[in-house]
Write a protein that binds this ligand. Sequence first.
Ligand SMILES: [Zn+2]
Length: 208
Amino acid sequence: MKKVIKFLIIVAIIIWISVIIINKNDDIVVCIDAGHGGTDAGAINNNRYEKDDTLKIAKLIEEYLNNEGIKTVMTRTNDTYVSLRERCKIANKKRADLFISIHRNSAEQGNGVEIWTNSKKKQDDLELSNMILENLQSVGIQTNRGVKIGSIEGENTDYYVLNNTNMTSCLIELGFITDNVDNKLFDENIENYAKAIAEGIIEQIIEQ
Ligand SMILES: [Zn+2]
């Protein structure tokens, strides 16, 4: 009889541990990729660097998601250089469910927000991008430049981080650092932009 009880206790413990492990694997993980960093400043407008803007908002998105109980992994948390290859490795290794790359645009002329999706991944990426862009539009952006497929080089060329991550992903160009109105909107709305992006992520998680 004692042996039976001992056996049952061991079985119960094994089941209990298995449940914990399974639940752990079920956790949604979102990888937030703050574009550029360290020696790679990204786009520059006087003293303003893209790498600083992307890190600032990436941290706010992380905070919002964590408060909603969603796990996050950051490709960088400070002003350091991380290669594109390493960024993808971080997301893939952690088996992230979503990968969100944050950038700011630059051009002699042009303003507004656009979101890029990979030409090969398609549906989930488009849904995620559309939801985020709609939310950003609600907060207030100068121009809605739309959800775009491929890269600035063309529809069949993809951004490295979107091409080399295994999960649903998108790359957000959060206004032009070269446009003063976009910068003003970015500074005034940074918390609401972060919330808009995080809520788009959450909507996509629910749908997936
Ligand atoms: Zn960039």
